[in-house]
Design a binder for this molecule. Sequence first.
Ligand SMILES: NC(=O)c1ccc[n+]([C@@H]2O[C@H](COP(=O)([O-])OP(=O)(O)OC[C@H]3O[C@@H](n4cnc5c(N)ncnc54)[C@H](O)[C@@H]3O)[C@@H](O)[C@H]2O)c1
Length: 440
Amino acid sequence: MSRTIQRRQFVKASATIAAGSILPSLTQACSPNARLRTAHVGVGGMGGADLKSVSSHTGVEVAALCDVDANILKAAAATFPNARTFRDYREMISTLGDTIDAVVVSTPDHTHAPAAMTAMNHDKPVYCQKPLTHEVFEARQLRLIAQKKELVTQMGIQASAGLPYRRATQMIQGGVIGKVSRVLAWSYKNWGYDGPTFSSFDNVPASLDWNLWIGTAAMRPYKKGVYHQGTWRKQIDFGTGTLGDMGVHIFDTPYRALALTHPNWVRTSCRKPTGVGHPEKNVVEYEFPGTPYTTDTMRWTWYDGADAPPAMDGLGVPEGLKLPNQGALFVGEDGTMLLPHSSEPQLFPEDKFKSAARPDLEPRNHYHQWVDACMGTGKTSSPFGYAGPLTEALLLGVVANRFPGKKLMWNADNLNITNMPEANVLLKRTARDGFQIAGL
Ligand SMILES: NC(=O)c1ccc[n+]([C@@H]2O[C@H](COP(=O)([O-])OP(=O)(O)OC[C@H]3O[C@@H](n4cnc5c(N)ncnc54)[C@H](O)[C@@H]3O)[C@@H](O)[C@H]2O)c1
């Protein structure tokens, strides 16, 4: 049996195990020396951290690196001299075919779905950074193709593997504060831009392929410091603002612990849309249908930028408590849980919960969990089956930012905002000519 065929077998079969089917041992399907050959799209910024974390697994061989910035690509290639290098992920995936086993996507948000869908169209398991996609429709499509092809997937929310978030999830599901009626969540960060359209432009740096960086979005002139690197987060065509950026980390635990599904409605309070950037401060309200861990309905409110953290009078938090600058508050029938971002949960009233049990948990490596699942052992904790609906919910809030004060009624089955047809056009991007990807 060729090594490539062995690899294909274990990757496909591991997904079936993750889906709960009974299968023969996968480790029997591949030789003890078989390694997972990974291809990485976007290797600067968080992509560099992803590359380091994935490749720290002894079962991984980094086979290919792709970046639209030649300087960034060169720096990554210095650490992995045997990896093939590419500027265009489409070329990398089609050229390398079955000589790669799995793909890591760490680009700006607007390129997540195009790159991940291209990989999955080629039957590759995918690790994709958060938020899963830039558009609501894309999140639905990635979930569906992963499910249909039974591919191992993981979204990059490494904090979800941390002990505080997992402990909080178990405590909430164990009923420590009773059924939850409200969640408040917040981040002080400002990934918004309230300024005007840009009127002066800069030369594209020689190292950057601007056409490939823009990808599926509409072409525009380059401006230093606005897009590449990192600052694209503030722009509506490329990032998802603070809600999509930090909200996905901070709302992950409430979403998971309360087993939430699709919201009934979402409404935002922010400045009028400018057509350029996401709002610099934002309050977004959601109502979710009830679950076994909530009251009949559950209200979530998000605050970011200068609106965070919110006032918490009457919610069970001790007066004068210094609030973390990012975190979540669960309001239950029997008490309140404060969950600072990536720190241990605190329960109020303190006296009542002095002896509340705190589950003892084993550390978990979120990246290695994906590699192991690709190689047939275990399953991932944030597969697209989970990450898709979580991302859809967050991105509906991003859409609502374009209609401040309006309640957007959501029909998840039909992927449709029922009361505002004008908002539905924002659920899906029409890709630029030459960048259409099958399935999106
Ligand atoms: N999980 C986390 O804690 C965490 C932290 C930071 C960023 N992120 C996520 O990681 C992603 C990247 O964020 P960042 O801050 O590193 O951005 P960045 O702009 O600093 O880096 C993006 C990298 O991707 C490259 N790139 C851009 N378009 C590309 C394309 N079409 N093909 C190949 N390479 C391309 C860029 O050249 C750059 O090297 C985002 O989705 C962000 O939300 C996650």
